[in-house]
Write a protein that binds this ligand. Structure first.
Ligand SMILES: *Cc1c(COP(=O)(O)O)cnc(C)c1O
Length: 387
């Protein structure tokens, strides 16, 4: 037996493990400290009632012989895929075939699994900083990685790669920087991919947070993108589905990869839970949409509160608009982790050190709009008092 030695190349301290280790150690030595968590990358509001009702109904169907269902289609039920096309694409002028939409258990697994479609000698371009999954899954697959630095100097929008790359992971609105791309900025990437025969894996997990008109919700709003882009969606952040587990991936036929992905799914994936798919369908009903918009407004309000207040305190703040993350430059005398420790020790606040998202994240911390509103208000007061 020969293990996949690429796993040994993985950074051995997973960011969120290190954070919880430091927070738990602090809590143990300071049992009375009221620790405020402003780093959470997970939603916090409960599932809206229309979604929960749909899930109850689905469970009830499974409980009776007349309505019981077994395995569903590997690619997901057609009724959900139709709703996706009609609600998430057609209003934006994007037409998709039913066979191009694949229901998943969330974006996380597909973002890694999609790389099975490509030989291991492909060169991968990944934004730095970025969500750890792209880097880690590329390392596991033994691929060469080209990092695309995102910093204040380029407005956290990376320059096109100087060397030729084959697979490009893009995530906009971005986690962790909160940066967004305009149509013309995204077009540069589509044109690059067309010119270099690359494939873009576009992570649209935060699409629901977009408010500005000139920011595309889907990469397919850009001409020619269907030839070069796979788009990965998740109901996790838009609809509070981090525990429910449902998302979808669009693999257009023009990429030449749709049949391969179908084959891959039929072999390795037996479909998304029926109850989760019914929950996803309920997000497209009138009451579903209304309650989701109300949750999103709450998070957007928290993002605004955090970014405005931090800015008033004199911090250099990015993101927080069209995105739930606030990317904050740490004061000169600190680095990411020492500022994290300072906030934890002196204010009992937890943020996310930017360095954990890649070398260009050094010097920044991430605050999250998924944090409890009262906790944010308390935390901002504490930061003001500590100075
Ligand atoms: C949270 C998040 C996802 C969603 O993952 P799921 O597996 O669908 O819960 C995808 N991409 C990014 C960048 C995220 O932050």
């Amino acid at each position: 037996m020969y293990i996949n030695t690429h796993f040994q190349q993985l950074p051995n301290n997973y960011l969120f493990k290190e954070i919880s280790y430091r927070v738990e150690s602090f809590q143990q030595t300071h049992p009375d400290a009221d620790i405020l968590r402003l780093g959470v990358g997970d939603v916090t509001l409960p599932l809206p009632k229309p979604i929960v009702d749909a899930m109850h109904c689905a469970v009830e169907e499974l409980a009776h012989p007349e309505t019981f269902r077994g395995y569903g289609p590997e690619e997901g039920y057609a009724w959900l895929r139709q709703l996706i096309i009609a609600n998430d694409y057609r209003p934006r002028g994007v037409e998709l075939d039913l066979e191009e939409v694949f229901i998943s258990e969330g974006a996380g697994s597909d973002l890694g699994n999609l790389s099975e479609l490509f030989e291991s000698n492909n060169r991968v371009a990944i934004l730095d900083p970025s969500y750890p999954a792209y880097v880690d899954s590329s390392i596991m697959a033994g691929r060469e990685i080209v990092f695309l630095p995102c910093h204040a100097g380029n407005g956290f929008v990376p320059e096109l790669p100087h060397e030729s790359v084959d697979i490009i992971y893009l995530c906009f609105p971005n986690n962790p920087t909160g940066a967004v791309l305009t149509r013309s900025q995204l077009k540069l990437w589509v044109d690059y991919a067309r010119a270099h025969h690359s494939i873009i894996i576009f992570d649209a997990a935060y699409e629901a947070f977009i408010e500005d008109e000139d920011i595309p919700h889907s990469i397919y709003e850009i001409d020619g993108a269907k030839e070069v882009a796979i788009e990965v969606h998740s109901y996790s952040k838009s609809s509070g589905f981090t525990a429910v587990r449902c998302g979808y991936t669009v693999v257009p036929k023009q990429t030449g990869l749709q049949a391969m992905w179908m084959r891959r799914q039929c072999t390795k994936y037996n479909g998304t839970a029926y109850v989760a798919q019914r929950a996803a369908a309920a997000t497209y009903t009138h009451p579903g949409k209304a309650s989701i918009q109300s949750n999103l407004s709450h998070y957007k309000g928290t993002a605004l509160l955090l970014s405005n207040s931090l800015r008033e305190m004199g911090y250099e703040v990015y993101g927080g608009k069209n995105a739930p993350y606030i990317w904050c430059r740490v004061p000169k005398e600190y680095n990411s982790w020492s500022f994290f420790d300072h906030l934890l020790n002196d204010c009992h606040i937890v943020c996310t050190p930017g360095a954990g998202f890649g070398p260009s994240g050094e010097g920044y911390v991430r605050f999250s709009a998924f944090s409890d509103r009262c906790d944010c208000e308390k935390a901002l007061d504490r930061m003001k008092n500590v100075g």
